[in-house]
Design a protein around this ligand. Structure first.
Ligand code: C5P
Length: 402
């Protein structure tokens, strides 16, 4: 089975004679099991018809930014969200210039400005346009922003000139798409411990103290680290979400068990403490179920502090992971509290987020974080927890490779 099976490409076709090669690219992608949705620019439509693209992609072709039917079916944000990769083939000098400048005056350029997905361009243009200082500068800008490029190839051109400017062949673009979608294994050989979910602190055999953590952020981080090739030990409190693929699960209930599982998993290159660990446990637990006795007072629970797992692991001497990442979920004085935690717990990074009820973050699918490192504070925009996880995993890979 191809690595592209089940992946989804948003193919943007801009106006160049090479647009006819997009048809072959769609055929190759479909044969590899890849879903393809096409966006056709006005100029692209001069070279290839929406009907051809629709027949080959077996999907609706999008052309207009302000088409009410298109916006009803799938808006420009949704088009990018639904894709794993955006491919611009052919990419004319004009669309490259628009991308470099951040223009958004049609559907294609708006999708390209609104996306947070990886982008691959296959430039195709006259040799002089390709060699023009403006196009050189635009390509440098785009590459600096992480946009991948394939081609152009050198050869005879439709305009009777010779040189670089021919769009890469569909088979070459297919290989570049595979490379772009293949997760790089930057964390191969590294071991990362991740804690996730709530802890349950027993009161008696049937009752416990808990919190609203879903485990979504911690589990997503474990999955993203594993995708980068890390060996991941995921120490999870009780959650109702599935285990991420490719990680070693250590299921625990209480904070004491979570600490023991983390210590047993050492050594590690990095540790990410995303669990919402209960601050207290019940000291006077009962071996039998506490009975309701008519006429007697309600039992009182005697609480004692739990061990701080993050602080304990960060203080474990030579066994301390090189990178210790803590979370600070706060409802008040977010930044001051988070910075205090970084120092007090001897963490290298703190991921701070506001979990006031109105943010909908605790238990929700989105998160808005501030990454606090020795170098300062980064405010990340609100995004899905999965995307936070991917970006955090990439940053961890960067930190461990320096
Ligand atoms: O002190 P607070 O609970 O806000 O600290 C949050 C950070 O510390 C999180 O990374 C959490 O996973 C970690 N923590 C821990 N053990 C505790 C309490 C918190 O590892 N007992």
């Amino acid at each position: 089975m191809s690595g592209l099976s089940g992946k989804r490409v948003l193919l943007i076709i801009s106006g160049g004679i090479a647009a006819f090669k997009a048809a072959e690219l769609i055929r190759l992608l479909r044969r590899a099991g890849c879903g393809v949705t096409c966006v056709l620019t006005d100029n692209g439509g001069q070279f290839v018809t929406p009907l051809t693209l629709q027949a080959l992609s077996e999907a609706k072709v999008y052309t207009e930014l302000f088409s009410l039917t298109d916006e009803n079916e799938m808006g420009h944000i949704q088009l990018s969200r639904a894709a794993d990769l955006l491919v611009v083939a052919p990419a004319t000098a004009n669309i490259l210039a628009k991308m470099a400048c951040g223009l958004a005056d049609d559907l294609a350029s708006t999708v390209l400005l609104a996306t947070d997905k990886p982008v691959l361009v296959a430039p195709a243009m006259n040799v002089r346009m390709w060699l023009h200082a403006a196009t050189r500068a635009n390509m440098a800008t785009l590459k600096g922003r992480g946009v991948a490029a394939i081609g152009p190839n050198e050869g005879a051109m439709a305009c009777n000139e010779y040189g670089p400017g021919r769009m890469a062949e569909p088979a070459e673009i297919l290989t570049a798409i595979e490379t772009a979608l293949l997760p790089s294994k930057k964390l191969a050989g590294r071991h990362v411990i991740v804690t996730s979910g709530p802890t349950h602190e027993p009161i008696d055999p049937v009752r416990y103290l808990a919190n609203r953590s879903s485990g979504r952020q911690g589990h997503s981080i474990a999955a993203a680290l594993a995708e980068l090739g890390a060996r991941v030990t995921l120490v999870s409190g009780p959650v109702s979400i599935p285990d991420p693929a490719g990680v070693t699960m250590r299921r625990v209930e209480s904070a004491a068990q979570m600490l023991a599982a983390c210590q047993a998993a050492l050594p590690a290159d990095a540790a990410v403490f995303a669990a919402a660990v209960a601050d207290w446990r019940v000291a006077n637990t009962s071996e039998g179920k506490i009975k309701k006795q008519p006429g007697t007072a309600a039992p009182s629970l005697e609480l004692v502090p739990n061990p701080d797992i993050l602080a304990t692991i960060a203080a474990s001497g030579p066994a301390r992971p090189r990178l210790v990442v803590g979370f600070a979920a706060e409802t008040d004085d977010l930044m001051a509290n988070a910075q205090g935690k970084l120092r007090r717990k001897n963490a290298d990074w703190i991921v701070a987020n506001d979990v006031s009820t109105e943010t909908g973050i605790m238990g929700g699918v989105e998160n808005e974080i501030h990454l606090i490192t020795a170098a300062g504070v980064e405010d990340w925009p609100r995004m899905e927890k999965q995307e936070v996880a991917r970006r955090l995993a990439a940053r961890i890979a960067e930190a461990l490779s320096s």
